[in-house]
Design a protein around this ligand. Structure first.
Ligand SMILES: Nc1nc2c(ncn2[C@@H]2O[C@H](COP(=O)(O)OP(=O)(O)O)[C@@H](O)[C@H]2O)c(=O)[nH]1
Ligand SMILES: [Mg+2]
Length: 390
């Protein structure tokens, strides 16, 4: 008889274990909603994705050539719970000493004269041109002021400088500088693409933007589309960790479009709000690079992703050279805005005028340093006041 009891007991235990396992499995396949206010947990490094090198394809986007499941770079990490490092944003006036040094001396020279003389006009013209404001805008600004001096509306050097400051602000005012984020269906992430030549600060900017967007309560995935060097993905991985974001990366030399495609798919599957897509700033030749970018753009919007920003990153220290590069990028992709980096290290802050006038694109963000908080929204009034500050 005892053996009957033993068998019965075994059956009951097995049944209990079965029910337990079943419940577990159900719980683990349940989709996890993205946290609206992310819970505080200790920072943990994003687990690097296991990667299968994508099939080489230079002529068409992977989706168009039918990316087989096994070609897709394996999905990244757990749902984001990590918070970004905390940060403080600098003010323009704290970081623009170089531009101010260039203009400030000239302004005080002009102010120190008894009246408005030919030298005053020459000094102002020289200073604006040296600050890279550009010939066109410099002429526009000074011609307007000349008329007002002629009509005796302005009679004093101090008045001239006040008017110049106001005109410079007015010149930049009114542009839409907001970053477009369209809340939509769950599983349909916004994609912001970052383009620009090598070394301008794309990867660093993505890190900073990621941290800011996480602060706004959005979940973020970074896609390491710069497959040109392995170190580029490493660098982005570090930023993803600091910014509390997920990461999708491919293999060195792999197809950038495939990485970005997979980034968007991963984000979509995990209801992540925003994909920040990094790209390479150089390829074997310029035509190649531009074709690559067109492809990346197409592929990013292929699935459920919506490309709502294409941000062209320009290094402020390169002055007018940056403008020539910018024109090529604008022709290759539909750029929606400019990120002007390294304004802290540049005396050529006037490039903002040249960019907006020559390219017809708004400067949306400005880099004021190398740390995670050193990216600010572009504010014309604060910017110009920083240039004129004593
Ligand atoms: N001073 C300063 N340095 C910056 C800024 N943005 C980026 N950098 C530096 O510029 C260098 C190149 O940046 P990176 O993001 O790798 O450029 P990428 O090649 O375009 O991705 C790095 O040393 C960054 O720290 C900025 O706003 N100010
Ligand atoms: Mg980079």
């Amino acid at each position: 008889m005892t053996w009957i009891y033993l068998v019965l007991a075994a059956v009951v235990i097995l049944f209990g274990v079965g029910v337990l396992l079943l419940n577990r499995r159900r719980a683990s396949t349940r989709p996890v909603a993205p946290p609206t206010t992310p819970p505080r947990v200790a920072a943990k490094p994003p687990r690097p994705a296991t990667v299968k090198p994508p099939a080489p394809s230079d002529s068409a986007p992977p989706a168009a050539t039918g990316v087989a499941d096994e070609d897709v770079i394996t999905a990244p990490t757990d749902v984001v719970t990590d918070e970004p490092e905390s940060f403080v944003q600098p003010r323009f006036r704290d970081r623009m000493a170089k531009s101010r040094a260039l203009l400030g001396g000239v302004f005080s020279g002009v102010r120190g004269r008894a009246g408005i003389t030919d030298e005053s006009w020459d000094d102002l013209e020289q200073a604006l041109l040296r600050a890279d404001v550009g010939v066109r805008v410099t002429n526009e600004l000074l011609n307007g002021l000349r008329l007002r001096v002629k009509s005796k509306e302005i009679t004093e050097p101090a008045g001239l400088l006040t008017a110049l400051q106001a005109d410079m602000i007015a010149h930049l005012d009114g542009a839409d500088r907001s970053l477009t984020f369209e809340p939509g269906e769950p599983g349909s992430p916004n994609v912001w693409l970052f383009v620009g030549v090598n070394g301008v600060g794309k990867t660093t900017t993505i890190g900073k933007v990621g941290a800011q967007q996480r602060e706004l309560g959005r979940t973020v995935l970074m896609a390491a589309g710069d497959t040109f060097r392995a170190a580029a993905a490493e660098q982005l991985a570090t930023w993803a960790q600091r910014a509390g974001s997920q990461l999708v990366r491919g293999s060195e030399g792999g197809d950038p479009s495939a990485v970005i495609f997979d980034g968007v798919e991963s984000a979509s599957a995990r209801n992540i709000d925003l994909v920040l897509a990094d790209t390479a700033g150089r390829l074997h030749n310029k035509a190649n690079l531009m074709e690559e970018l067109r492809k990346v753009r197409r592929v990013a919007a292929k699935g459920r992703g919506r490309v709502t920003e294409v941000l062209l990153v320009i290094d402020a220290t390169t002055g007018q050279n940056g403008l020539t590069q910018a024109r090529e990028f604008r022709e290759a992709t539909d750029v929606t805005g400019i990120v002007l980096t390294k304004l802290d290290g540049s005396a050529k802050g006037g490039i903002v005028f040249a960019i907006e006038t020559e390219l017809g694109l708004p400067v949306k963000l400005v880099g004021l340093g190398e740390t995670i908080g050193d990216l600010v929204a572009f504010e014309p009034t604060e910017f110009i006041e920083a240039l004129f500050a004593e």
